[in-house]
Design a protein around this ligand. Structure first.
Ligand code: PLP
Length: 390
């Protein structure tokens, strides 16, 4: 047996374990102090009624001989593919149902899609970003180069003609920065990818947080994108499916054999998302479901607005928040990310996520999220004002 030595090249991530350790230590030493967590990357509101009703009725179907279902199509039931197709149609994006692949979430597909690409490809990843893009490529031994996101480009890097990547990751709205590309900027990426014959892996996991209608929710709103982009989407943050698990990946026919190969890959290595979960996902796209999930999304968005307004009042530079659940702030007084983490914990017992954990350009920055409760977010922001408002 020869082991995949690429695993030795993975950087250990101590981000969330260090956060947990520091918070535990603090609360042991200060049992009377209330800690507020604004670092949560998971949703906190429950599934909406339309989804829960669909889960119940699908469970009943599974317990009945006449309506029981066994293995389903690996790429998803057509009732859900059609619901996704209609969702795209509402944004003037026409897809064929066999371009839509139902998945158990974006993370697995983002990793698994790499089966289709040779090890020899060079991969371009924004810095900072969701760490899964880098780690999945390091596991496969691919060369990773970075697109520098920073304060001067508003954490929205554009193509650099000196780089010649084969695979380009774009995450918009971005985790951790919350920055969102506009159509012009995204068009630059699409043109560039077509020019250098690269494929774009577009992560739209947070598209539902975009409320500015001029901003693209799907890369296919950009002309030419079907010739160069695969899109990953998820119901995790859209509808609270982080524990229920369902998403979808779009591989357009215009990408040639990639559509066929992805079907081949999925039918070989994946046996589909549970019927019950697909019925629940279908309910997300119903009129009732859309209305209900929007209430939850708006709840988070109000939290985000509160955080952003408070940071404005405190004169703290930040991006995100308006069309995203994440707020990315510059640590005041040139503090480093972990220094700021300790400072907040010590002084106001507010916990966030140090930006340095998302890439080297994250140093000196800090992520807050809007997934907490309104009461906690309000209280945390009052504490921020006391500490930072001049
Ligand atoms: N993409 C991004 C940018 C994320 O932040 C996350 C989860 O945090 C995912 C994908 C994974 O989503 P899923 O729960 O669908 O696997």
């Amino acid at each position: 047996m020869k082991i995949n030595e690429n695993y030795y090249n993975l950087e250990q991530s101590y981000l969330f374990s260090t956060v947990a350790r520091k918070v535990n230590e603090f609360s042991k030493n200060n049992p009377d102090k209330k800690i507020i967590r604004l670092g949560i990357g998971d949703v906190t509101l429950p599934l909406c009624k339309a989804v829960v009703d669909a889960l119940h009725s699908a469970a009943d179907e599974m317990g009945n001989k006449e309506t029981f279902r066994g293995y389903g199509p690996e790429q998803g039931y057509d009732f859900l593919q059609n619901a996704v197709k209609k969702y795209y149609e509402n944004r003037n994006v026409e897809l064929d149902t066999d371009e839509i692949f139902i998945s158990d979430g974006a993370k697995s597909d983002l990793g698994n899609i790499l089966d289709l690409f040779s090890k020899d490809n060079t991969v371009l990843v924004p810095d900072p970003v969701y760490p899964v893009y880098v780690d999945t490529n390091v596991m496969a031994g691919r060369n990773v180069v970075y697109a520098n996101a920073n304060e001067s480009n508003g954490f929205l890097p554009l193509p650099d003609s000196n780089q010649k990547p084969d695979i380009i990751y774009i995450c918009s709205p971005n985790n951790p920065t919350g920055a969102v590309y506009n159509k012009e900027q995204l068009k630059k990426w699409v043109d560039y990818a077509l020019n250098v014959k690269a494929v774009i892996l577009f992560d739209a996991a947070y598209e539902c947080f975009i409320s500015d209608d001029t901003l693209p929710k799907s890369i296919y709103e950009i002309s030419g994108a079907k010739k160069c982009a695969i899109e990953f989407c998820s119901l995790s943050k859209t509808a609270g499916f982080t524990g229920t698990r369902c998403g979808y990946t779009v591989v357009p026919h215009e990408l040639g054999e990639l559509n066929k190969f992805w079907l081949r890959r999925q039918t070989t290595k994946f046996n589909g998302v549970p019927y019950i979960v697909q019925r629940a996902a279908q309910a997300v796209f119903s009129d009732e479901g859309q209305k209900e999930i929007k209430e939850n999304i708006n709840y988070y968005k109000e939290n985000a607005k509160l955080i952003s307004l408070t940071l404005d009042e405190c004169n703290i530079w930040h991006v995100g928040g308006k069309n995203s659940p994440y707020i990315w702030l510059k640590c005041p007084n040139n503090m480093k990310s972990w220094e700021f983490f300790d400072y907040l914990l010590e002084n106001i017992q507010v916990v966030g996520t140090p930006g340095s954990g998302f890439g080297k350009n994250g140093e000196g920055f800090f992520r807050l999220t809007s997934f907490g409760s309104r009461e906690n977010t309000k209280e945390a922001m009052e504490r921020f004002k006391k500490l930072f408002k001049v």
